[in-house]
Design a protein around this ligand. Structure first.
Ligand code: BES
Ligand code: ZN
Ligand code: ZN
Length: 494
């Protein structure tokens, strides 16, 4: 979808469809809509008066204005309740309706009037792009209906700069999210560790990042016994990926992002059930998010040095696979008893954390992982879990999640549960009892972060959706790409 800004009133922009917003509980229509409604013989007024259309958030209706485009009207709910998320969802619903009506070019206004124009423009473009995502790469029948051009109507020249900034951010955030979704939705027979390494190299070339991919032998020499243990059962060789972005100007801090990159999680010898294995191509969602964020950085140019790490492996059972009871040695010399081969993510992340602490020496580390079913039990399918050894970092991430509309909730790292990870034979066991599983996993990771401020996002619930959502269809969601981009680009954070 091509996005442009047009310095015209909405009712003057040429397009197959126009999308306008209406606040609930208000008698007077906005001026642009009055004109469009007049051309349509007052159809909108009538719909509002008979309460067929109440302008509830996300509600959509449309009509035909004489001799011109279809007019799609989206509800914005009560004016006082306007949030960026209301605008994202309204834009998404409006664009989907326009698309389903066959529109190839759509004009949209910078919906609402309650928030700063930059914020509204970002929300509208984000919603428009996210809401019309579809994945048909493997289908003979391609989705025929697609919006090719989005024209943002922006009549007020004094606002041009702010709106342009918002549009650029919205477009960059949404495209990065699409990139992650595409990578996650693709099946595990295509997206294996070698594929992730190739994608990382491609991202590096496009975005002018530095990239280094370590092969199995190099990982062995670095002492990554935990990561290599997980990879042992698969015929697909592991890859340890390190991307870095160094801003041209003043660098204010150095951040490491680590994404869990299990390209398929069968559970290993502790094999998952039929149902449990079904979705496990998505076990590289953290890696996809990190690659997407790295790819978007040059366009956003934050004064932050960012390193993206992915320990990519496939978790498979075989004669070469690790067994329950095996003891692995991580890069920092911690020994780990494998209580369960299905708790593989934390093993790969352990070595990635060691590598970050030792080789990158960052000011902070954020890892992103589809780590535990327990987190899904605790928070459900719409909310990620946050665990951190530094409350300042946790608070900044919570604020970034809130601003981006991606849900995130902090869970406590309860010291006393540390004993759940005790092993008879090694320094640590990789599993604890069932209760509090998301917390135990967090405590396990904390052991490898040393004294670096560190936060862990457990995205096992929201990474993938079994039903259509306001901002995207069934499948990969691209969470938490927008939270991370917001985090890295927000001023005053450095
Ligand atoms: N990849 C899974 C976590 C997961 C489960 C993600 C459901 C998305 C949906 C992870 O590797 C795993 O299998 N975790 C185990 C840990 C257990 C063995 C301690 C789990 O959550 O059951
Ligand atoms: Zn697993
Ligand atoms: Zn897993």
């Amino acid at each position: 979808m091509k996005v442009s800004i047009v310095t015209k009133r909405l009712d003057e922009v040429a397009a197959d469809a126009v999308v306008a917003g209406v606040y609930a509980e208000e008698k007077a229509l906005p001026r642009e809509l009055q004109r469009l409604d007049a051309q349509a013989g007052g159809q909108l007024r009538a719909a509002l008066e008979t309460e067929k259309f109440q302008a509830k958030p996300g509600q959509v209706t449309h009509f035909h204005a004489a001799g011109r485009a279809r007019v799609v009207v989206v509800g914005l709910g009560p004016r006082r309740d306007t949030t960026p998320e209301v605008l994202r969802r309204a834009a998404a619903a409006g664009l989907r309706r326009a698309r389903d009506l066959g529109a190839r070019s759509v004009a949209v206004e910078v919906l609402g009037d309650r928030l700063p124009p930059r914020q509204r423009a970002q929300a509208v473009v984000e919603g428009a792009i996210l809401g019309t995502y579809s994945f048909d790469r493997y289908k003979r029948e391609k989705t025929e209906k697609a919006v090719e051009e989005l024209r943002v109507a922006q009549p007020d020249a004094r606002r041009a700069r702010e709106v342009a900034d918002g549009v650029r951010l919205g477009e960059t955030f949404a495209r990065a999210t699409w990139f992650a979704r595409d990578l996650i939705n693709a099946p595990a027979n295509e997206v294996h560790p070698g594929h992730l390494a190739r994608v990382a190299a491609e991202v590096a070339r496009e975005a002018r990042l530095r990239v280094r991919v370590y092969e199995r032998g190099e990982c062995r020499r670095m002492g990554m016994g935990a990561f290599l243990g997980v990879a042992a059962g698969s015929d697909r060789p592991p890859k340890f990926i390190h991307l870095s972005w160094v801003p041209a100007g003043r660098r204010r801090r150095r951040v490491v992002l680590i994404g869990k990159g299990i390209t398929f999680d069968s559970g290993g010898l502790n094999l998952k059930s039929t149902d449990g294995m079904l979705r496990m191509k998505d076990d590289m969602s953290g890696a996809a998010a990190v690659l997407a964020v790295m790819r978007a950085l040059p366009r956003l140019g934050p004064p932050v040095e960012v390193h993206g790490l992915v320990a990519a492996a496939e978790n498979m059972p075989s004669g070469k696979a690790i067994r329950p009871g095996d003891v692995l040695r991580a890069m920092n010399d911690t020994t780990i008893e494998v209580g369960n081969t299905d708790a593989e993510g934390r093993l790969t992340l352990a070595d990635a954390l060691c590598y970050a602490v030792k080789n990158v020496k960052p000011d902070e580390i954020i890892d992103v992982a589809t780590l535990t079913g327990a987190c899904v039990v605790a928070l459900g399918p719409l909310c990620s879990g946050l665990l951190a050894n530094d409350q300042g970092l946790a608070d900044r991430l919570l604020a970034s999640a809130e601003a981006s509309g991606e849900r995130l909730w902090q869970l406590p790292l309860i010291d006393e549960y540390r004993e759940h990870l005790k092993s008879e034979v090694a320094d640590l066991n990789n599993v604890g009892p069932r209760g509090g599983g998301a917390i135990t996993a967090g405590l396990f990771l904390k052991e490898f972060a040393g004294d670096v401020p560190w936060a862990h996002l457990d995205i096992a619930g929201p990474a993938f959706t079994e039903k259509d959502l306001p901002l995207g269809p069934k499948g990969a969601t691209g969470v938490p790409v927008r939270t991370l981009l917001t985090y890295l680009t927000t001023e005053g954070r450095s």
